[in-house]
Design a protein around this ligand. Structure first.
Ligand SMILES: Nc1ncnc2c1ncn2[C@@H]1O[C@H](COP(=O)(O)OP(=O)(O)OP(=O)(O)O)[C@@H](O)[C@H]1O
Length: 331
């Protein structure tokens, strides 16, 4: 289990050119009292807007940054006292960063990183083959990475992150900028690793990805814990409702005012968007079954239905609501 307790990280801006407060040096509190648990055999999510403190938290756990206060334990080990033992148990994959060497082949990269982790040669050789197969790069194993597509390089990064057979994998935006099918393949690999017993900490701006993979999610804002739970619990707790979207052919002021009156009677707010072709899309969230009465109101006002969609509340709805409630805005 990875556990953090009351973790706190302040950055002090000391370099020239950075505006200082009159009281002294400017301080940014990136992580402000986070207590997290990342058990084995599960994908745990860490969500927050830009600047919420996710990457800083991950870097502290990965021994790349030192906390200002609070503790981290990795299977009971303190990264400050036993960094090497902790590094053998964890690995980090950050989507936005190039973490493999372009001039080497995929296999050479894995060999190089395996040696950095002191993986015995007899273990490393078969492990490289297994990992190349796991991420679907066996055919490209001996091609230099500069000839890889972005998705292939990213998959190689995943294999690199597994080269020391870590018990815990820290994934910071692992599918950033990847095409949908490649991202989906990566998600399958991550789900499989968790099923096989690895503990995974995932940050991602793709909330559908978090919803699919994570059994437990921490939501943070301005470095602080906002809430936690399974995606379903978070959605239920924030009181998000099913959203009904009705598309009406052509724009009609009469339909629009009928929709506004309908929403007003429910004490809800209807969002109306008008597309370039003039079609109107009305969307409304409510706990009751409103698809029928809403479409009736539209038809009664002379509208012609062109589409109807009922979407269950998503983690994205919940996170938007939480951030609104906490008064947070994107950095
Ligand atoms: N090296 C640093 N020096 C000073 N401030 C920093 C440093 N690294 C991060 N910060 C600040 O700490 C806060 C948290 O940043 P962090 O990168 O951890 O957030 P994040 O949640 O990962 O954001 P994003 O989603 O944009 O990646 C931000 O206000 C950021 O500007």
């Amino acid at each position: 289990m990875i556990e953090t307790e009351d973790l706190r990280k302040e950055f002090r801006a000391g370099r020239a050119g950075i505006v200082r407060r009159r009281s002294g040096r400017a301080v940014t509190t990136a992580v402000d009292g986070l207590t997290l648990a990342i058990p084995p055999g599960r994908v745990t999510g860490l969500l927050g807007l830009n600047g919420a403190g996710k990457t800083t938290t991950i870097k502290i756990i990965a021994t790349l940054l030192r906390q200002t206060s609070g503790t981290v334990r990795v299977d009971g080990l303190d990264p400050l006292r036993d960094p090497n033992a902790v590094r053998r148990r964890i690995n980090l994959i950050a989507g936005g960063e190039r973490m493999v060497y372009a001039r080497m082949t995929g296999r050479e990269n894995l060999w190089y990183f395996g040696q950095l982790y002191d993986v015995p040669r007899g273990v490393l050789r078969p492990r490289i083959d297994e990992l190349l197969a796991l991420v679907g790069l066996d055919a490209a194993a001996d091609t230099v990475v500069e000839r890889y597509s972005r998705g292939m390089a990213q998959r190689l990064s995943i294999a690199r992150g597994l080269i020391n057979d870590p018990a815990y994998l820290l994934l910071d935006e692992p599918t950033l900028g990847l095409d949908a099918p490649i991202a989906r393949d990566l998600r399958r690999v991550v789900a499989r690793l968790a099923r096989e017993g690895k503990g995974v900490l995932l940050t991602s701006h793709y909330l559908a990805e978090v919803e699919e993979l994570c059994r437990h999610v921490y939501v943070i804002g301005d470095g602080r814990h906002l809430t936690e739970g399974s995606p379903a619990e978070l959605t239920a707790r924030t009181g998000c409702h099913r959203r009904v979207r009705v598309t009406v052919a052509g724009h009609s002021a009469r339909v629009e005012s009928a929709v506004a009156a309908f929403a007003g009677r429910l004490g809800a707010r209807a969002d109306v968007e008008v597309a370039e072709n003039g079609d109107m899309t009305v969307s409304l969230s409510h706990p009751d079954e409103i698809a029928g009465p809403l479409t009736m109101a539209i038809v009664d006002a002379g509208g012609t239905l062109a589409g109807l969609e009922v979407a269950e509340p998503s983690l994205e709805d919940a996170i938007l609501t939480l951030n609104d409630e906490a008064g947070l805005v994107t950095a």
